[in-house]
Unconditional design. Sequence first.
Length: 118
Amino acid sequence: MISAISWELFKRQPKEYRQSLIKDNEWHDSMIITNGAKKLMHKWTANSIVADYSLSPDFDNQWRTGGSVEQIVTESRLDSNSIWEGIMRFVSDRPQKDYLHSVKVLNIEFIFNINFIL
C-alpha cells in the first residue's frame, strides 16, 4: 500500500526508488482508494481493471446527498467496512495470490487525504 499524494513528486524520485515501491507489472494489478474523483487519479490508473476495483466517492457518478461527515463517508463507501470489503473483493478475485502478506505501508493519512494504490 502506498500513499499517492503527488504524481509529480513520485515521478521526481529515482527510478530505483519508484520500482522498490511498485514494479511496472504491479501497476496493472492494483486498486486505488481515494476521497477525490477517480478521474483525478488517472495517472495512477494503469488500466480499466484498476479503475473497476478502485474505491472513490464518485463510484456511481452521483453527487453525495450531504449530511454529517460520517454520513458522507459512509455514502461514499469510504468507511472502514466498505474499504475492507473493497480490498477483500480485490484480493479474492486474484487467483492463487495472498496480497495481504505483501502489502507495503508507507504512509497512511487521515480519511480526508487518502489516496492509496494497493
